[in-house]
Design a binder for this molecule. Sequence first.
Ligand code: ADP
Ligand code: NA
Length: 350
Amino acid sequence: EKRKTIFSGIQPTGIPHLGNYLGALQNWVNLQNDADRNGDELFFSIVGLHALTVPNDPKKLFIERREMMAALLAVGIDPNKVTLFHQDQVPEHTELAWILNCITPFGKLNRMTTWKSKLATLRYRGSEQGIDETGLCLGLFAYPVLQAADILLYRATHVPIGEDQVQHLELSRDLADLFNKTYKKRQFPLPQHIITPTKRVLSLRNPKQKMSKSSPDVNSRVLLTDSDDVIKGKIKRAITDTEPTISFDPKVRPGVSNLLSILSALDTIRSPQEWADELNQRAGAEGGAGRILKEAVTDTVISAIRPIREEYQRLQKDPGHLLAMEQLGKEKAQERAAKIMHQVRRLVGL
Ligand code: ADP
Ligand code: NA
């Protein structure tokens, strides 16, 4: 089988939570391990330019870029095995994005569901005002084109994505095809998706929603830097129910089922159902399965997070190393990006 070139990006949103870890970062580590075996080439990018498409506090953004880099290293991304870099440090991303902007049909972007839903929410809120008062800007509209540029710049053949990003990847494919046809050269491969099994982690405080950094309740999420005691406290406050036994039934018992899913995701041996059986057995005749469930989750989450937190703290105390890793990533990415952009400029007549 041909070697894959895989690109994946993540926004610089600061210290990741358990949902980000199980839903995205752990998958990056798995891709890295697979690549070790089959020689795939990996580009992992922290996409700071994407963060600018919505209002941002510059100081906060600067810190969160750094935090995301440290977190990626701490979970085990190895900058010697993959190209781990800040998108905003490789100016070729914006250059390719502009060139793609110039062949992107307006109507295609207008049909992006992510854009349509943003437009609908903001229009609703600002219904008394004109379009310019909604806070929507050109950058947000063109966001999927920048995303296409990120992918095509490395001639990526594969992109791991969640369901919600399928339409954006289709646009990347369309733009690659349109570019190739317009300039009569097979410059860009049409990137395919790798749909990864989604491990959706729910909010500990409201298990009808996903765990998210945007919830005002800090007890709703476990961060990769939380201390053992903080983790213990958050699991203790997790919303479950009062039934005497444990069962895996996401519709009827979302809180309990979410905890079982977390257990099963962190301990690959048992399924959520097997965990339920095991915990009921441990509880035995005296009952108290709910307490035993929380103890098991606390232990499992603590053992998973402790080494990540310790590595993260070590990295934060060593800014020189962090900077060196950023520099390494930038150089590796730019070497490839410069080569591709040289070809692209010639093709378009620049
Ligand atoms: P948040 O919802 O906290 O703002 P992002 O939207 O920045 O997180 O998501 C970053 C990555 O983490 C994406 O790949 C997303 O699919 C994944 N992710 C976010 N929240 C969860 C969750 N609760 N469970 C699983 N994956 C998640
Ligand atoms: Na989000």
